[in-house]
Design a protein around this ligand. Structure first.
Ligand code: HEC
Length: 160
């Protein structure tokens, strides 16, 4: 008992679907890489929520003195911190480690910012090139650094 459909017909019937499948695959790969980019970008709205964890010690006060987010004074004002050199808020008494890192050229780009808030003492020590350093920020945030960075960038641009 053989299938009634002649082989050649079956193959011809399948032909159009092979390129279509390839297109589908390419689309899937593209979609995957796009969504990965979107993730790496950081979501400022999520960042605004995550910032609640930082408010105990940090406020966001614009250069003209307008308070954007009220917060504690244990840590420096984080207005405009995205893209700025480390330890740059005038009048704030930074720890030795962060001052030294700043002198060595530390700038808060996205990567440094995320690494820093994951583990401030470890990051500063590694940046300065010593095994241990007195970094004063006693807080660690595992996830959501890119959202916070996006939020802090947005806040600073909006009130320029
Ligand atoms: C328990 C208090 C505390 C909390 C909570 C805290 N910080 Fe800090 N933060 C500090 C202190 C203190 C410093 C100064 C560190 C130093 O001088 O070594 C600092 C410094 C920083 C700096 C460097 C600023 C500069 O001018 O160079 C960044 C960036 C920062 N904090 C981000 C955050 C973010 C984002 C959060 C929330 C996820 C957060 N911090 C939560 C206390 C805190």
């Amino acid at each position: 008992m053989r299938a009634v459909v002649p082989g050649s017909l079956a193959i011809r019937g399948m032909l159009p679907s092979a390129p279509r499948l390839r297109i589908l695959c390419a689309a899937a790969v593209l979609a995957a890489s796009w969504s990965m980019d979107a993730l790496a970008e950081g979501d400022p709205d999520k960042g605004a929520k995550t910032f609640r964890k930082c408010r105990a010690c940090h406020a966001i006060v614009a250069s003209d003195g307008t308070t954007i987010v009220r917060g504690g004074k244990v840590g420096p004002n984080l207005f405009g911190v995205a893209g700025r050199p480390a330890a740059a808020v005038e009048g704030f008494k930074y720890g030795k480690g962060l001052i030294e890192a700043s002198e060595k050229g530390l700038v808060w780009d996205e990567e440094n910012f995320i690494d820093y808030i994951r583990d401030p003492p470890k990051f500063v020590a590694a940046y300065v090139g010593v095994s241990k350093v007195a970094a004063r920020m006693a807080f660690k945030l595992g996830k959501g650094g890119e959202d916070l960075y996006a939020y802090l960038s947005q806040v600073a641009t909006e009130s320029e």
